[in-house]
Design a protein around this ligand. Structure first.
Ligand code: NDP
Length: 287
């Protein structure tokens, strides 16, 4: 499953819609990114998001603060972005330096500008099946699966990982009754696994679709996959051999019916779905 190609396809769709919206409303959607400190990986992520904004006709602001920034200073910047009428989406690049209370900072973002869908109000709306914004990585996974013809409805999906960013919201999207792509891309029977799960290999072998979000290189081995299953690899692990996923791609790709590579799988979709949410935020704030 070629995430790069699907990401390009969705970006073209968003660009066309943004162009029409801007022409009709006179509003250019705008994403404000906040980067604290000088983590090189975070800088790359923010740069990629900035480039994606340019490609789809979304304006972007970059607020780069030194690692010595205090929590109060950061909260004061967020307050001004919350109020700025020309800013529609706010992105706080994680991780924040130690000493800053990440949850307090994320909770301070105006829920109507919370394009990462991390705010408890937005998480609550997702869990009730009436989302305002969809979390970017899980929504990207759903887009990949549906655009590759994988029907989820009635299938057994096993998600390995229960983080607030990937595993948990992924389970909410797949168990929902409907999705942005229609009911066939949701309505799965979902098992969510974590470090205390017993008989993990056995549980995974019962899956029609496995979604790995563990953060351990080559964690999902061929013995854990039913022949013909669909495998989505969310993991991004830096190793001596470069970036690798959570799935042993060489072996698992021999038996899976479809599989995402790393890099070039889920990663590009995460950025694209952020564009999707920023455009949604602009529509929401202008309506
Ligand atoms: P977290 O570290 O927050 O969560 C990892 C999850 O894996 C936890 O729920 C943990 O269980 C579970 N886990 C760890 N070890 C085991 C084990 N031995 N058996 C079963 N479960 C285990 O990671 P994230 O969810 O934030 O990220 C996961 C991966 O996805 C990372 O590689 C990250 O870089 C990548 N990622 C990629 C994105 C993309 O755009 N492609 C976006 C976001 C993340 P427990 O809760 O019990 O500790």
């Amino acid at each position: 499953m070629d995430g790069k190609a699907i990401s390009k396809e969705i970006q073209a769709e968003i660009a066309a819609e943004v162009a029409t919206f801007t022409k009709q409303s006179g509003i250019t959607p705008c994403l404000a990114a906040v980067l604290v400190g000088d983590d090189p990986a975070s800088e790359v992520y923010v740069r990629n998001k900035h480039r994606a904004c340019e490609r789809v006709g979304i304006a972007s602001q970059m607020h780069k603060l030194p690692a010595s920034t205090t929590e109060e200073e950061l909260l004061s910047l967020i307050d001004s972005l919350n109020q700025a009428s020309d800013v529609h989406g706010i992105l706080i690049q994680l991780p924040l330096p130690s000493g800053i209370d990440t949850l307090r900072v994320l909770d301070a973002v105006n829920p109507r500008k919370d394009v990462d869908a991390f705010h408890p109000e937005n998480v609550g709306l997702i869990s009730q099946g009436r989302p305002r914004f969809l979390p970017c990585t899980p929504h990207g996974v759903q887009q990949i699966l549906d655009r590759c013809g994988v029907e989820l409805s009635g299938k057994h999906a096993v998600i390995v990982g229960r983080s607030d960013i990937v595993g948990k919201p992924m389970s909410m999207l797949l168990t929902a009754k409907d999705s942005t792509r229609g009911p066939q891309a949701a309505n799965a029977t979902v098992t969510i696994c974590h470090s205390r799960t017993r008989n993990l290999a056995e549980v995974c072998r019962s899956a029609d679709v496995i979604i790995a979000a563990v953060g351990i290189a080559n964690f999902v081995t061929v013995e854990m996959v039913k022949p013909g299953a669909v495998v989505v690899d969310v993991g991004i692990n830096r190793t001596d051999e470069g970036l690798v996923g959570d799935v042993d791609f060489a072996a698992v790709s021999q038996i899976a019916s479809q599989i995402t590579p790393v890099p070039g799988g889920v990663g590009p979709l995460t950025v694209t779905m952020l564009m999707y949410n920023t455009f949604d935020a602009a529509k929401l704030l202008s309506s």
